[in-house]
Design a protein around this ligand. Structure first.
Ligand code: KG4
Ligand code: ZN
Length: 336
């Protein structure tokens, strides 16, 4: 079989990342330049600063990647780029950069949905096995997706209001934790006990996710305790919140697993870095005797290797080939 080498570009949030991926699995080289320390000073990602930092970094990131890998740009077969969803300014930097390389080296340009990238991160160290159930948990998405083969999918459930990662970040902020909120909240939760009673999302009839009630509950509880001068045990509140938030994911995955048999249950997206979530989903997979897959930490957070992995089946199937008028989009679902 011919080897296919894809240059993949990812700039949807606060990581400027470029990777060379062979046959959608072999990460020949990857560079990730993170802006996290800068955004931490502001308590969250500042979109305009993110765009500017991508502009400053992207050519240097490519230069470093090529130096380390000893690959020349004319050796690649295609250029893949995250075009949606994410912060528009950052996406535009990556899209324009990818277009110029595709144009100069006369290579196909493949547009990749960032969320599909998170799913295909599971195909790097493991293999996707269809039909599979994918639980996508990120800053902007809480989606349950069934995939019957590459890029053939059904959306089973989606975010009705706040996404799970967004809720972790907002609760972290209420607890005065520094950015990034989710991982810092997880650290507190490790030392806490589940003892605060919080609102559990109740909708069981259809598979849909709602976190706004839980978020408001935590915010109100913190305000009430402050007003009354009662001290909050942050570790315990973090543990209690995390337990309810993860329970909601488990409950909804279980509805899907009861309804149909899958070969694989995969976790995808930034929140899949959460160890408690990984453990709970893994236990559920054992209960239903379905293989569980989650990317290693490096491929859970935003990175270009996963974009190269997601682009490979698109290249083979000749899907998502984009023209030079490709534009970025800030909001799309995983299945668009
Ligand atoms: O997928 P991602 O890197 O960016 C988006 O595409 O949204 O996900 C980022 C989200 C943030 O909300 C972040 O707080 C959350 O993932 N996150 C975590 C953890 N690591 C990242 N949430 C909970 N526990 C973690 N360990
Ligand atoms: Zn992401």
């Amino acid at each position: 079989m011919k080897n296919t080498l894809i240059l993949a570009v990812e700039t949807s949030c606060d990581e400027t990342s470029i990777a060379l991926v062979r046959n959608g699995k072999d990460v020949v080289a990857m560079e990730v330049y993170t802006q996290m320390d800068t955004h931490a000073m502001y308590g969250g990602v500042v979109p305009e600063i993110a765009s500017r930092m991508h502009t400053e970094a992207i050519t240097l990131v490519l230069e470093s990647l090529l130096q380390k890998s000893h690959v020349k740009l004319d050796e690649i077969d295609a250029v893949a780029v995250t075009y949606a969803p994410g912060l528009l300014g950052g996406l535009l930097v990556g899209v324009e950069f990818a277009k110029v390389i595709a144009f100069l080296y006369n290579k196909p340009l493949i547009k990749v949905n960032h969320m599909m990238g998170h799913i295909y991160a599971n195909n790097i160290d493991n293999n996707l096995k269809f039909p599979l159930l994918a639980m996508v948990v990120s800053g902007g998405h809480t989606e349950l997706i069934e995939m019957n083969s590459d890029y053939e999918y059904n959306l089973l459930g989606a975010t009705m209001d706040d996404a799970i990662g967004e809720t972790f970040d907002k609760v972290a902020r209420i607890l005065d934790l520094p950015y990034p909120g989710g991982p810092n909240l997880e650290k507190l939760a490790k030392n806490g006990n589940v003892c605060y009673e919080l609102t559990k999302p109740v909708n069981d009839a259809i598979i849909h996710f709602s976190y706004s009630g839980l978020k408001s509950n935590v915010i109100n509880l913190v305000h009430n305790f402050k007003q009354k001068g009662i001290e909050i045990n942050k570790n315990d509140l973090a543990a209690s919140f995390q337990s309810v938030a993860v329970d909601e994911v488990i409950r909804k995955i279980e509805i899907a697993l009861k309804a149909k048999t899958y070969k694989q249950l995969i976790l995808a997206g930034g929140v899949s870095a959460n160890n408690y979530l990984r453990e709970e989903v893994s236990k559920l997979a054992d209960k239903y005797k379905v293989e569980f897959s989650v990317p290693r930490m490096l491929y859970c957070t935003d990175n270009a290797a996963m974009i190269g992995a997601a682009a490979y089946p698109l290249y083979i199937k000749h899907l998502n080939f984009a023209s030079y008028n490709l534009n970025a989009k800030s909001h799309i679902s995983t299945i668009e």
